[in-house]
Design a protein around this ligand. Structure first.
Ligand SMILES: [Fe+2]
Ligand SMILES: [Fe+2]
Length: 216
């Protein structure tokens, strides 16, 4: 009777420390990729206008990946099932690759990360925790819907990224493939279809994020 609560308290403290460490890594740019960037050695845009456009679009994608880190971190913190937590952490490690690849693209394009990233991280973490607290099947449904929306967003960017920026295009192509797999994973693990108003609210939040990260 005396040890169980202490164990669970120490487990909670450990989990919170892991979450804080993940936040610091994501926001400080210290996150490293396990896979080499698909953009390595690919063509860069030479025209200043194209570099500026690529920089803005990749800043949006970088902020999206900041949000992905926060969502997965929040969801894993409160996931009830160990197998689902492991699946979330597996996908989160691919999201870490995306984050590092986008960060690398920003550096090569001479662009900066969004000043609002800490705010988006905090908000996305709260959404992740809230969806996780609603239960694993809602959490997985939320994950799948997020990944579906991100996939469609990335398709839009493939239309807008300059043709000469083969490096950014290669990164976005691989991200789209990975997001598609993450969405399918959420459904395969039993994710629920979200109510339409929730999906609409998620689209609104995403539009606010993409609209601001394009500029600041
Ligand atoms: Fe991603
Ligand atoms: Fe994803």
């Amino acid at each position: 009777m005396s040890t169980a609560p202490i164990r669970s308290l120490s487990g909670l403290v450990d989990s919170l420390l892991v979450a804080a460490d993940e936040a610091l890594r994501a926001l400080s740019g210290a996150a490293t990729a396990a896979r080499p960037s698909p953009g390595a050695g690919q063509g860069e845009p030479a025209v200043p206008e194209e570099r500026a456009l690529s920089g803005r679009l990749m800043r949006v994608n970088h902020t999206g990946e900041i949000c992905a880190q926060a969502l997965y971190s929040g969801q894993a913190l409160v996931a009830r099932s160990d197998s689902i937590r492991a699946a979330l952490q597996g996908a989160a490690s691919e999201e870490r690759d995306h984050l590092a690849w986008c960060r690398d693209r920003l550096a090569r394009l001479g662009a900066h990360a969004s000043a609002l990233d800490p705010l988006w991280y905090a908000g996305s973490f709260a959404w992740g925790v809230a969806s996780g607290l609603a239960g694993d099947r809602w959490s997985l449904g939320f994950l799948s819907e997020t990944e579906d929306q991100v996939e469609r967003h990335l398709e839009g960017h493939l239309d807008r990224l300059p043709a000469h920026d083969r490096a950014s295009r290669a990164v976005v192509l691989q991200m789209r493939e990975d997001e598609n797999r993450h969405g399918a994973m959420g459904r395969a693990l039993g994710g629920r279809e979200l109510p339409l108003p929730v999906k609409a609210a998620m689209r609104l939040a995403a539009r606010a994020m993409t609209g601001t990260a394009y500029w600041v």
